[in-house]
Design a protein. Sequence first.
Length: 424
Amino acid sequence: MPTTRPRLLLVGSGMQTYRQYLLESIGTAFDVHLLHTAEPTWEKPYLAGWTVLPSTVDGPAMAAAARVLHEKDPVAGVLCWDEGRIHATAFVAQALGLRNGDPAVIWRLRDKAQTRAALAVAGVRQPRSIPVSTEQEALDAAELVGYPAVLKPRGLGASLGVVRVADPAELRSGYPFTRDTTAPDPVLYASDQPVLVEQCVFGEEISVDAAVRDGVVTPLFVGRKVVGYPPYAEEVGHFVDAADPLLSDPVLRAALQDTHAALGFRDGWTHTEFMLTADGPQLIEVNGRLGGDLIPYLGELATGVDPGPAAAAIACGQAPDLAPTRRRVAGVRFFYVDEEDTTIEEVSFDADALPGSIDRAVPVALPGAVVSPPPRGTVWGRIAYATVVGDSIAECRSGLDAAEAALRVDTDSRMSLLRESHAR
């Protein structure tokens, strides 16, 4: 039935574990029409409609399908939180004359080499970065940026393929890992330089989720990263403090505003990562979407600002509700197995051992799943997670320690041994 609620096109739904809370909240205020490559399942209760397409990474083709929908029932905005699809989504917004409809701008964010080039021209502080196409070029670049250096895929998210190398021998060992790391949706470049060799800067790495409207950047949530499995950069947890002093830090706010201006990003939601060095913040990367790893969910727990409807409102040209209603600290920790190629029988938490501060304790790996720790098991290798709310990061960390102690993992060692014998 026709409604007076804004009609929002959502491109892809992402992994239910990490995105259902967004779709659920958006569905309370917007008529969401999903563009996807398969019939929706868990998404259906939150949708007003859907269209199954051959591809959601072919921007022009998806834009043509969106025009047909728009002619029948006008669309107010287009939203995507999937890194592999945000560039294609920009073609849809462009075709319908909606916000965030410049594919060149989004490509400038997706292609980290273009990001570095644009920020260098604008004078934004960042690590030195050199794109390369061969191992020898990487060795030559590392001599210029200095060791330790960071190898990074040119267009992947979630720290996939990122590795720190201390010397030429480690670079030779790590280069194939970075070069060959892929995501479910391939990123194609006109350039044949798929790897970036970057200066390694030291400090605390943070992320900033921000609402951007008419070029004005409003930081909402600062995520304090917990990184594990060195020399890889697996994000194993985050903390968000509603009272984080960085939200009002003039140096960080200026760097955030200058970064968006240099990249030409004027409308939408961004997830920007900085390294807080002894000499001030240095830009690591900018993603033109909501943060992953439940960071926006932590932001809602900590501040009361609901990120889903806020991002949808910006996409539809509306003023979002960004007024905090809470002042807490929230955290998340992701759990992994210890051994590669572990077959899961069951993952659970001892409910009696969980403290009252735990918000969620969620098994992720299903019975029969074969999982590995990082670097092989990244986002898809996680077996469970827990979220917590408290009055300080220390209190939240203590709650997550208790959740980790309450985690129970049953594995099928017989199947693991069988695989090993077949491998031999």
